[in-house]
Every structure is written in structure tokens, then in C-alpha cells.
Design a protein around this ligand. Sequence first.
Ligand SMILES: [Zn+2]
Length: 347
Amino acid sequence: MQSHTMELPRLIVVGENNMSEIGEFLFSLNKPKIVSLISGINVQKILKLKIEKSLKLKKIKFVWHTSKDNQVDSIKQIEKDVKKDHSNLVVGIGGGRSVDTAKMVSFNLDLPFVSVPTAASHDGMASPFVSVKTDKPHSIVATAPLGVFVDIDVIKKAPSKLLASGCGDLIANIIAVKDWQLGHKKTGEYYGMYSADLATMSAKIVMENSSKYSKEGLDARVIVEALISAGVASCIAGSSRPCSGAEHLFSHALDKIAPGKGLHGEKCGIGSIMMGKLQGQDWKKIVKTLKEVGAPTTAKQIGLDKDEVINALMIAQELRPERYTILKEVNMTKQRALNLAKSTGVI
Ligand SMILES: [Zn+2]
């Protein structure tokens, strides 16, 4: 059997109104003297003072870096700047982009990295994967975070559609795991039952509680923990396999065809409906769950037109030919794509 590496986060804190304890958290990881903080402008406006105060208490020096987008050039520039900090730790604070940037920069500079998500819109907070705009349309592998620090109070204040998008990214796991099983059967690739079950569990917790959420609102803490656990499932699998199948390829195809329309988790949720049907899963239950958590189930809701959906379905598998998914088993002609999207109510 081939050897298999599992790189996991060492310390994860999920608290409420605990941002003022971040200094202590970072200190407990590797007693840093200087940290490089990467975040967007909005996050800085809200959290800067609190974070600085907490760092000063532990005598940790800091340098802020502002992340603007996830284009390669912007990340390279931040990397150059961070190098000059001579810091012992890179911290990404934000909804996704800043965490991704920090993950990439720390990987390239061989520094430990800490993830501080301020929104729970996808499962990247604890995973070793980054979505950067490169020639590769899908995520690339970096390092798992050394620590993950979450203030649920901050997550709750973010727009609710972000948390709903996180649910879409979780539901995707049931499609991804089924694709992984198919790939294992067809190509003999490694399949990890433990990480597959762990990823499935994160999806199930949303599916089983969605009707409650539709009445009482989303439970931010449960969703954050499920997203962390999904990231850990990827760490254990040593690849994004348990959390990324054909529905993610569909989302990546849309990133290419219709950039800027819809959030990652929203697109994966819609993709899950259609791929679920192809896989013979209970796709109507996926629709029901997405509706109950307040995530979109139609192309129109995220501003996509019919042709964009059809084209995305047709090119999805080509974007990552080595990843065996249900789309390999279907000759996705224009007509078939149209029928699939129509019959599931996506268009
Ligand atoms: Zn995802």
C-alpha cells in the first residue's frame, strides 16, 4: 500500500465573543515575536483594534497586509511584503480570500499559518486547499493551518447568505463521496472510508436539521464546526476528494464561464442538485434542504442564465480529467445538459 500523509491543524478554538483572546491563542501555538496579519479592508475596520490590543498584551509585534483579490500577482506582492516582516507566523483573517492568500503565502515562505475565518461560506478554513486564480481552475494544495481560531459572534454578524452558502458546500460532500467511491471502483484510486464518512457526517447534520433551521434560523456554531470537520476530512484523506466531486467541477466551470456570479457554496449546492440526480441520489431532498437553509436552488437566483448552466455542465469534467466523477459516465451533450437542468428546476 502507498504511504499516506495526514497533515492536521494542531489547535482549533471556536468561541463566542472571543476575538480579544487571539493574542493568547497565537502565543500558545509557537510563541511568535512578530506576526504577519493578512485581511481585507472591511475586516480591518471592524476587528483591527481588538486584535492589536490582544497582541500587545502578549508582546507580539504585528504587520498588517491588505488583501484585495485572489489574483496571482496580488498574492505574489503580499508574499514579498510578508517576507520583509521576518515574522514567525502568518495569520489570515477574513471570509475566504484573505485566509486563502495567507495559506498560499505561508506555504511559499515555509511559515506556519493560522486561519481566522470571519464568515462560514465554505470549508476552506481548516483545509490545506486554496482557490487562487491560476491557469488551474480548481483548488491547489498548500499546508493545513497550524491553528484555527473562530469567533462565532463575528460569523453571526456576517450576511446570512454566507452561512447558507457554507451549507451548500457541506451538502456537496454527499455527492463528492459518491464520486470518490465511483472513482475507486473504476480506477482503483485510494478511498478512505474514515474521511469519507466524516465528510458525509458534515452534510448529514445540515440535511437532518434544515427544517429546524428554517424556523429558528441557522445554527452558526454547528455549521462552523461542520465546515472545520469537512476541512479535517480533507486533511485525513490527503486530498480534497471527500469534499469535492462533480458538483465542485460544475462550480469551477462557472467560475470560468460566469466569473463573479454566485458564491462558491451556492454554486456547489446547485451543482449538487443536478449531480445528485445523475448519481441516482435523492436530489429532491437536496433541493428541500437548500431551500430550508436559505441557499439558492435555481440559476436565476444567482444571476446565471440558461446557457451558462448548460455550458458549465458540458465543460465541467474536462477541467479536471484525472478526477473521476459521475460526469465521466455521461455523454453530456447540450440536450442532456438542458434536460438535466430543466428536470431539476435549476433552469
Ligand atoms: Zn467547496
